[in-house]
Design a protein around this ligand. Sequence first.
Ligand code: CUA
Length: 334
Amino acid sequence: MLNLITYFYSAPFVPGILLADVWHGKHSALEPAGTAASEIATLFWAMAVGAAVIWLSMIVLGVYCFRTHQGMHPPRLPWFIIGGGMAVPSVVLAVLLGFGLSAMPRLVGPAPEGSLRVHVTGEQWWWRVSYEHPQGLDTQRVELANEIHLPVDRAVEFVLDSADVIHSFWIPSLAGKVDTFPGRETRLVVTPTSEGVYQGICAEFCGGAHAWMEFTVVVESPEAFDAWLAEQATPSNTLHDEGATRGRTLFRQQGCGACHSIRGNVARSRVGPDLTHVGSRHSIAAGRLPNDRLSLVRWLRDPKGLKPEALMPSFAMLSDEDLESLAAYLHGLK
Ligand code: CUA
């Protein structure tokens, strides 16, 4: 019976890993593109092999016991049970424990000298990202939302905190997850090893729109990263077509600047996401929608319908033409 219980206990891990999003896809932890993620993937495979060894030895024992009639146990049976039921699992688990502990210093060690520092604040339900200014002006941060660019093969230290509740910052392809707390800083060191576009998510239930709290991580060459950061540090370029000009006026009239900041415009508030270069981002509303004019109109009209409990107010009282002008202005902020 003990063997049967062990079987049912360990069997779910097989369909679990086959169905999990970690196997392939945008949240894959098993296609690592960073040193910490490689470490974690190796640890996962070692654990999976160890679990398979224990599971198989339990199955063999179970089958053997069922096929041996009561009262006819051969003299070797006690040793068989002690060996397969106790010695094998103990040895396998001890080896796995040692292997896991040996990886810990490499996963939680301090950031190397000269690491890039990126500050990330979890908010319901998006991520505020800020870089120290490229010209070294520590007081002036380059701020954006839900998007992080990193140079390949350079260590980055994320300094994490939260504005409201506990969130969890996780880029499965690059590293393990770290919780973010209000009033307390946590840190995560990441060294990306392959250029590409990766997805990050919030991995801690944090309220109604928890599942819509994604962000994009772009790993690029050091030259491309420097150019991107220098561009982010500049004020917005604005489109000068008729729609965008109308949209800029509407942005002021509707009081959008009470929550949002656009460097180069009058808007300076830090309640909601910084919109200085919003038109150049991969998505809007923390991964909820692609970044195009139509999606911006949908978002302005019905934020709570798209993202439950979102704090962004609805602008459904505006006409279609007004919403399209606002979208044209915002999408032009590159
Ligand atoms: Cu933030 Cu879940």
